[in-house]
Design a protein around this ligand. Structure first.
Ligand SMILES: NC(=O)c1ccc[n+]([C@@H]2O[C@H](COP(=O)([O-])OP(=O)(O)OC[C@H]3O[C@@H](n4cnc5c(N)ncnc54)[C@H](OP(=O)(O)O)[C@@H]3O)[C@@H](O)[C@H]2O)c1
Length: 295
């Protein structure tokens, strides 16, 4: 069993981007600038946004964090996104999800200029991804593809089972893995809460991507010997031994599953850092007016 080290791969991606920033500066060019919007004070969202802003600083990107009270009106939020759309210095915009219930997330995403939508959630960018056109690939699936590529994990002809069909992880992951590309060329089964015989389907998988949001959901009896397991889940569970009172676990019962796998991502330190690396790559491409071509 080999651990897929997201911290290591993410550090390599960040180092490449830091070199690009040095080149841009030497040429007197503009440095990539990411704007992040955080509404309310959801602790997990606070952590994610803080890591994104910190990562920008580490590699020399500019970042702007706009924080709003959870009671912000939808109109005020949309007006602020419009200002960022119009600000030529801002290359990428991300709105940390989830948003408070009174705000229509779809409307918010649709308001972001598709050319600055570095999370790749705007329908125009989703459509381009489905059509195999250059675009911004949603950061988590893009980060997983970068990880598979980094470790040269064979994907051609493999059966990949994706558990979870969210717009931000499971569905784009299934599309990317099924593409005629490397990584890609998998035969993909996309599963969800209504899937019958999930265990039997998982037992046929050469690659499992778990994006459910339930601690330890994937158990050892669901995993074939030698499978590759990518654990997207980030779940907080109570742990009195920790200063914070909680610890993070994935969607995979890591200790029991890991010995059966050929490759597995840990939580934390697997997909999470890759998501940030992918977001930074998208922001770099946005600053150059380029999109990512996964073909
Ligand atoms: N590492 C990262 O950077 C990163 C990024 C994003 C998300 N995450 C984490 O990844 C997890 C999933 O996130 P998400 O946004 O994709 O979650 P989500 O929107 O809540 O989607 C969860 C998916 O799991 C499916 N599901 C629920 N119960 C199931 C069951 N019993 N059997 C099979 N499928 C089941 C749901 O099916 P239905 O569609 O039928 O309801 C849904 O498609 C969360 O822990 C989240 O925190 C991590």
């Amino acid at each position: 069993m080999q651990i897929l080290d997201g911290k290591l791969v993410s550090a390599a991606v960040k180092a490449q981007l830091a070199d690009k920033v040095t080149e841009l500066k030497a040429l007197g060019e503009k440095v990539p600038h990411l704007a992040a919007i955080l509404v309310g004070n959801n602790p997990a969202s606070e952590t994610y946004v803080a890591s994104k802003v910190k990562s920008c600083a580490e590699i020399g990107f500019h970042s702007t964090l706009l924080r709003f009270d959870a009671k912000i009106s939808e109109k005020h939020l949309l007006d602020n996104i419009t200002l960022l759309n119009e600000n030529a210095d801002i290359d990428g915009i991300l709105v940390q999800l989830p948003l408070p219930k009174h705000i229509n997330e779809e409307l918010v995403i649709n308001t972001i200029d598709p050319s600055k939508d570095v999370d790749g959630f705007h329908p125009m960018n989703v459509g381009k991804m489905v059509a195999g056109l250059p675009t911004y690939i949603p950061a988590t699936p893009y980060g997983i593809m970068l990880m598979l590529e980094h470790y040269n994990i064979p994907t051609k002809g493999k059966h990949a089972v994706v558990i979870g069909r969210s717009h931000i992880v499971g569905t784009p992951m299934s599309i990317l893995l099924s593409r005629n590309a490397n990584p890609g060329n998998c035969t993909v089964t996309l599963t969800h809460s209504q899937t019958a015989n999930l265990k039997e389907i998982c037992l046929q998988a050469d690659i499992i991507v778990a994006a459910i949001g339930r601690p330890n959901f994937v158990t050892a009896d669901m995993v074939k010997e030698g499978a590759v397991v990518i654990d997207v889940g980030i779940n907080r569970i109570e742990d009195a031994s920790k200063k914070s009172g909680f610890r993070l676990v994935g969607d995979v019962d890591y200790n029991a599953v890991a010995p059966k796998t050929s490759f597995i991502t840990p939580v934390p330190g697997g997909v999470g850092p890759m998501t940030i690396a992918a977001l930074l790559k998208n922001t770099y491409h946005a600053s150059l007016g380029q999109k990512v071509n996964m073909n």
